[in-house]
Design a binder for this molecule. Structure first.
Ligand code: ADP
Ligand code: ZN
Length: 528
């Protein structure tokens, strides 16, 4: 930090130019930095890529002493420190990956006031020895990165973060800045309460990314649909394709390569060296497509990613926002494309039912999924829905699929009643449960081998839904699941009624549905 005893905000601009080589602050960076330099607390809610790091790095450089950054991303600390060192900033880190000698050297530098920034894992800060170390040195600011990790209901809660409330008790004079890219009202309030940030100034950036075009399409033949997207709109562009499983990452990458696209896989199960090589190619070369699990992307900063494609449904709106947010950081037009189908809902519900943790945890996962499904099924502007999730308002954007080609809705009440009563009859008259495929065959009056085997053509509901096609019926099932008017259970994805199903069956509730779009020519196989 600079030797000057009374830090000035003009110092901040100087550091921005001299150390980071940028000409001006972005968004609210300057106000945030001023607040912290003057010794006040700040809570910063800013989307990924918004420029949160400078908000604590510059105060750490301007104020006397060392800025202590608490971050859960241990794997990224070395990279962050290297990048800072390359700029001439004196940075170090303390975490479990170091041997005692490395650790000691960093501690010495801190005590000698020779560090501008010290990165610490939250579990390390909990140790008495780390706390005594901080007592003996001089801390200029505490930065709590990924602050949403204190939120019990969040998707990556860390118990170690709860202990961070002691920062203020133990070092009341040191200003604190908490930062996160997750901005739901509930998380926001929980961060304030758990970290004791009642006196902090709040800085809430807009979460809108106007250059990203959001599109969510029905999944028919995902690979063909993806190929069409790349060929017609993103030939030669850098992009990220997200898949849920390692196996589908491998398979998808191989297929893309077969079709002449420069694609590489990336997932946690790969050999570390091969993975690093693929990441390096994506970052350094032009037009490489990374096919990855969500393990990919944390801390990746590539400005010219032109598309992010999801072949599987993200688990939450936060996840979707964060992953799609890796597109178009340079501000140029980019596409966020998601293919989603009935199978996704079945699979995600199964994952939740089988997940570890208590009932409350499962309920929280279920709520996150419901919000994601609502975004998929909305007939309103995607961007408005996305911003609303983060507690922000917007007007229809003109740059998402529903704005560009307004989705039609239809009264699906009668269809819902037919479907729900088929599920009900099977359970009541036959004590049977079946998956969507068999239910739809019954509704459409198809005498398949399995229908005949179970004598389902004798049911009174057999053939009552011949007026709708298979894609439409799958859409009905999907939307009933999204609205929790129907549920899936077990390994076979059997359909069961919910407490609310009765309201539809009894005619007390009507069901609006999004009309299925005709599948693209490329997409023939029925797997959605
Ligand atoms: P976040 O942590 O919010 O995801 P980062 O701090 O990593 O975002 O910043 C994202 C990118 O924007 C980085 O490449 C960073 O160098 C760049 N950046 C941040 N602030 C500015 C600025 N004022 N001028 C130019 N580039 C900036
Ligand atoms: Zn829109």
């Amino acid at each position: 930090a600079l030797p000057d005893t009374s830090p000035q905000t003009s110092d901040a601009l100087q550091v921005l130019h001299r150390v980071f080589g940028y000409s001006s602050f972005r968004g609210e960076q300057q106000e945030i930095i001023e607040q912290v330099i003057s010794g006040g607390d700040a809570l910063v809610l800013m989307p990924t890529g918004g420029g949160k790091s400078l908000c604590y790095q510059i105060p750490a450089l301007v104020r006397e002493g060392t800025g202590v950054v608490i971050s859960p991303l241990i794997a990224l600390m070395q990279d962050q420190v290297n990048a800072l060192n390359a700029l001439g900033v004196r940075a170090g880190f303390l975490n479990s990956t170091q041997d005692p000698y490395e650790r000691q050297a960093v501690e010495q530098a801190f005590l000698a006031d020779e560090l501008d920034l010290l990165y610490l894992a939250p579990e390390r800060l909990r140790t008495e020895s780390a706390q005594r170390l901080l007592d003996r040195g001089r801390v200029s600011v505490f930065a709590i990165d990924e602050a949403h990790c204190v939120a019990q209901w969040g998707h990556d809660f860390r118990p170690d973060y709860l202990a961070l409330s002691m920062l203020h008790e133990r070092w009341p004079k040191v200003p604190r800045i908490a930062l996160t890219a997750t901005a739901t009202e509930a998380t926001h309030a929980e961060i304030v309460a758990r970290l004791g940030l009642e006196d902090a100034r709040h800085f809430v950036a807009s979460f809108d990314r106007p250059n990203i075009q959001y599109r969510i399409v029905g999944k028919n033949n995902p690979l063909a649909q993806l190929l069409e997207l790349i060929r017609t709109e993103h030939a030669g562009d850098a992009g990220v394709v997200y898949c849920l499983s390692r196996a589908s990452v491998e398979k998808t990458a191989a297929s893309l390569v077969q079709h002449g696209i420069d694609a590489v896989p990336y997932h946690a199960g790969m050999d570390a060296r091969a993975r690093a090589a693929n990441q390096a190619r994506f970052l350094r070369e032009e037009g490489v497509v990374v096919v990855a699990t969500i393990a990919f992307g944390m801390g990746i900063d590539k400005p010219d990613v032109r598309f992010v494609a999801h072949l599987d449904l993200p688990k939450s709106v936060e996840g979707y926002y964060q992953e799609t947010g890796r597109a178009g950081r340079d501000g140029e037009p980019a596409t966020a494309w998601l293919a989603y189908g009935l199978q996704d809902v079945v699979q995600q519900r199964k994952l939740i039912d089988g997940s570890e943790g208590d009932e409350a945890h499962r309920r929280s996962l279920g709520m996150h999924l419901d919000a994601m499904l609502a975004l998929c099924e909305t007939v309103e502007c995607r961007r408005v829905g996305l911003l609303a999730y983060f507690g922000q308002t917007g007007t229809p954007c003109g740059n998402c699929d529903t704005c560009l080609a307004p989705a039609e809705s239809w009264d699906g009440t009668v269809a819902a009643q037919k479907l729900l009563s088929t599920v009900w009859r099977l359970a009541k008259e036959r004590r049977q449960k079946f998956g969507a495929g068999q239910i739809i065959d019954i509704l459409q009056g198809k005498k398949t081998a399995k229908v005949i085997q179970f004598d389902h053509d004798a049911l009174s509901v057999f053939g009552v839904g011949a007026d709708l096609g298979t894609a439409e019926w799958r859409g009905v099932v999907r939307q009933l699941l999204a609205q929790r008017l129907l549920a899936v259970e077990g390994d076979y994805g059997t359909l069961v009624l919910t407490e609310e199903s009765g309201e539809v069956l009894g005619g007390r509730r009507s069901v609006a549905m999004r009309k299925e779009k005709a599948p693209a020519a490329a997409a023939r196989k029925e797997s959605g």
